[in-house]
Design a protein around this ligand. Structure first.
Ligand SMILES: Cc1ncc(COP(=O)(O)O)c(C=O)c1O
Length: 367
């Protein structure tokens, strides 16, 4: 019998280590404490839930393919030009579309050592080569990124703040990165956690987008707006790059309920403020409490922290993960990011934060 001949994907596709999301279930717990995916602690705005539900009788209608109301609301809210906003099915979709549109076989896509894992996945899916630049103190290094640029570099991805490290680059550093890049390279500033950042020297990327043709800022409704299930992302970009994205995206990439909920979430400014204030209280609290237990916590400006486990006497991050899971608490292992000694812990409710600290204390106190 002749060997079965199967259709073959493009070279590189089978080298992709498929993205694994945070775990959502813990045996024996109907409602585990979920701190594994940097989701919102407080849940969606009631206005967003109502807008989503109100769409039910209209499910036979195609959505607005241009997401006009959402783009106008975003433009009003952030003071932007709606023509230079493109929405996506989560910012993940925009990352993938930008990569496919601007990079292919023979091209390089650059990102930093502990940068968000979707960048190498998107690069490989496009047939391009992911290239990693070293970091300094778990923070992107502009010097290392610029040194890694070659004539083949097409895109530089910078998560600012970065997931999983929680660190950020101040705006003058991002400007220095942009100034050092050839104009032919697309700089994608992924600002998924921008709304949480409370630093005077931070800027999510709007100013650079306004000043240049080769910069894209991506944002999401999955974090502070608490709509991760609905998959809403958006990009602010120059008119030529917006034109490219609008050519390659699916015509109805954002479903109608997602568009309606996102508009309502943006308009509920008080809910967003509450979410930010909650994070401002509980991220420092969690950091202090974990440090008091002897863990090393990396300074974070986002809605999660990473904590380094001691490692000795089976007090490893992996053992800590399993222990917490056995208590119904789900955190994220980040060995896939080259950080096997660390766990990433999202900021949850007060009750969830107290439970994770208590359980970490018990884990570390074991004989
Ligand atoms: C840095 C970063 N970018 C993008 C995303 C993807 O977000 P979305 O839900 O909009 O696809 C995430 C999600 O965790 C993220 O951490």
């Amino acid at each position: 019998m002749s060997a079965t001949i199967l259709p073959k994907p493009r070279p590189g596709v089978l080298d992709i280590d498929a993205y694994r999301g945070g775990e959502a279930g813990a045996p024996g717990f109907a409602r585990p404490i979920r701190l594994a995916s940097n989701e919102s602690a407080l849940g969606p705005s009631p206005r967003a839930i109502a807008a989503y539900a109100a769409l039910a009788p209209e499910l036979h209608r195609y959505p607005d393919g241009g997401a006009d109301a959402l783009r106008r609301t975003l433009a009003r809210h952030h003071g932007l030009d709606p023509e230079r906003i493109v929405c996506g099915n989560g910012s993940d979709e925009l990352i993938g579309l930008l990569t496919k549109a601007y990079a292919g076989p023979g091209d390089e896509v650059l990102y930093s050592r502990h940068g968000f894992l979707m960048y190498p996945i998107a690069a490989m899916a496009a047939g391009a080569k992911p290239v990693v630049a070293a970091e300094h103190n778990l923070t992107a290094s502009v010097d290392a990124l610029l040194e890694a640029v070659t004539p083949r570099t097409r895109i530089v991805f910078l998560a600012n703040p970065n997931n999983p490290t929680g660190t950020y680059l101040p705006s003058d550093e991002v400007q220095r990165l942009h100034a050092g890049l050839p104009k032919s390279v697309l700089l994608v500033i992924d600002a998924a956690y921008a709304e949480y950042v409370q630093r005077n020297d931070y800027e999510p990327g709007v100013a650079l987008v306004e000043a240049s043709q080769n910069v894209v800022m991506t944002r999401t409704f999955s974090k502070i707006y608490a709509l991760a299930a609905l998959r809403v992302g958006w990009a602010y970009l120059s008119a030529p790059v917006a034109d490219v994205l609008n050519r390659v995206r699916n015509p109805f990439n954002l479903n109608a309920a997602a568009q309606a909920a996102a508009v309502a979430a943006l308009d509920d400014v008080a809910a967003t403020d509450r979410a930010r204030e909650h994070n401002d209280i509980w991220r420092p609290w969690l950091t202090r409490e974990l440090e008091a237990l002897g863990l090393v916590v990396n300074p974070s400006v986002a809605n999660f922290v990473i904590a380094r486990f001691p490692g000795e006497r089976s007090r490893t991050a992996d053992a800590g993960f399993e222990f917490l899971k056995s208590r119904g608490i789900l955190t994220r292992k980040i060995g896939g990011y080259g950080l096997p000694e660390w766990l990433r812990i999202g900021i949850g409710t007060e009750e969830e934060m107290r439970a994770v600290v208590q359980a970490c204390g018990e884990f570390l106190a074991r004989p």
